[in-house]
Design a protein around this ligand. Structure first.
Ligand code: ZN
Length: 367
């Protein structure tokens, strides 16, 4: 082959190869209860505040990691690179938006209102003009955000730099909450977990979040970033906004999920496939049930109480993307006539409060 032609094909290969060479990771978590399960991260920074990456990088990272939606939430009051970058507060969104549309990553317009404790740092999501949040009084900034229709969340409530000893809820937060100026709270920020925030979310009716608050480039990992699962009526900015105001979220960090049982329970069961036909278990006999877990989550189960008339494993892990065998054995003649067998398991990696885990019941028809 002619050298020129060879180099032409080589160059073509390099261009095309590069363009198709990046593949998107899939996050396998089921849809539930008629809602779409959207994987979202609502807290991150770029060079337009104190981050070190350009806004389009955030979109590319989100796409590669299989996220549905992100919000770039640059600080309003803290511009670390202002000597080099002196743009207005709407620029990071404007720069990121074309690529977001091209890659179908939903981009929620946001900003971080950054104050001493109290009230600390708060993200305003779904705003329309970040420049109008530049106010001396934090109440004016939050009211402006609210006038723009914002959903407001309290970020890293137990951040050691602001609350070194205990994680406190201040008077100021009651004031914000009572004035419709605080709707959500981070139970996870990057790798930090705030159990107090989980209990406040339950008591007061705040939406729970897990976010990265990433400043540098995302580090590649075998796992997934800290994220918020949003159960939306549709995959759109409006769908996410409606879901956040309706508290339909679960925070997802490592192998742990945090949220209300009404979302965790369907997530658990929708992840699994198993035979629901009659067991016909008799005394001194055993039956084996094959449980396939189609999700990315390893479910760690612990038996809560022994069955009546039968035995089941004390501890069992339903590994992600694997089939696990669950064996039940009859141990009295009571089982011969039982209509169904109920197995009560605690799911150790699904938290519903700072102290309690989700409890699930496997019900098998027996006779
Ligand atoms: Zn932040």
């Amino acid at each position: 082959m002619h050298y020129k032609r060879l180099s032409f094909f080589l160059i073509l290969y390099l261009i095309v190869g590069f363009a198709v060479g990046q593949s998107r990771k899939d996050i396998n978590i089921p849809d539930i209860s008629g809602y779409k399960t959207l994987k979202c991260d609502f807290h991150m920074h770029t060079v337009f505040s104190d981050g070190t990456v350009w806004p389009t990088v955030r979109i590319k990272e989100a796409w590669l990691e299989g996220l549905d939606a992100i919000s770039i939430t640059d600080h309003i009051e803290y511009l670390q690179h202002s000597k080099d970058i002196s743009a207005d507060h709407n620029r990071s969104f404007e720069i990121a938006r074309p690529l977001a549309m091209e890659l179908d990553v939903i981009l929620v317009k946001g900003a971080e209102i950054t104050r001493d404790m109290p009230p600390g740092h708060l993200n305003a999501l779904f705003i329309t003009n970040a420049n109008l949040l530049v106010r001396d009084d934090v109440m004016d900034a939050l009211n402006e955000a609210r006038d723009q229709g914002a959903f407001i969340m309290w970020n890293h409530p137990g951040w050691k730099a602001q609350q070194p000893d205990t994680t406190l809820w201040w008077e100021k937060h009651t004031e914000l909450f009572n004035n419709d100026l605080m709707h959500g709270i981070e139970v996870y920020n990057s790798r930090s977990y705030f159990p107090e925030a989980l209990d406040w979310a339950n008591e007061k009716g705040l939406t729970m979040f897990g976010n990265t608050d990433v400043h540098g480039p995302m580090e590649s990992t075998d796992s997934h970033r800290t994220m918020t699962l949003v159960f939306a009526k549709n995959r759109s900015v409006g769908g996410i906004k409606e879901a956040l105001f309706s508290r339909r979220t679960v925070a997802y960090f490592g192998n742990t999920l945090i949220g209300e049982s009404k979302y965790l329970e369907p997530l658990f069961f929708e992840s699994l496939d198993y035979d629901k036909t009659l067991l016909r278990l008799k005394d001194k006999e055993s039956r084996t049930i094959q449980i396939k877990n189609n999700s990315d989550i390893d479910y760690e189960l612990e038996l809560l109480q022994p069955g009546v008339g039968f035995e089941a494993p004390e501890v069992i892990t339903l590994k992600a993307h694997q089939v696990t065998l669950l064996q039940v054995s009859g141990n009295s003649d009571e089982v011969n006539t039982m209509k169904k067998l109920d197995l009560f398991y605690e799911v150790k990696n699904m938290k519903i409060s700072s102290k309690d885990n989700l409890v699930v019941t496997f019900s098998f028809k027996n006779n």
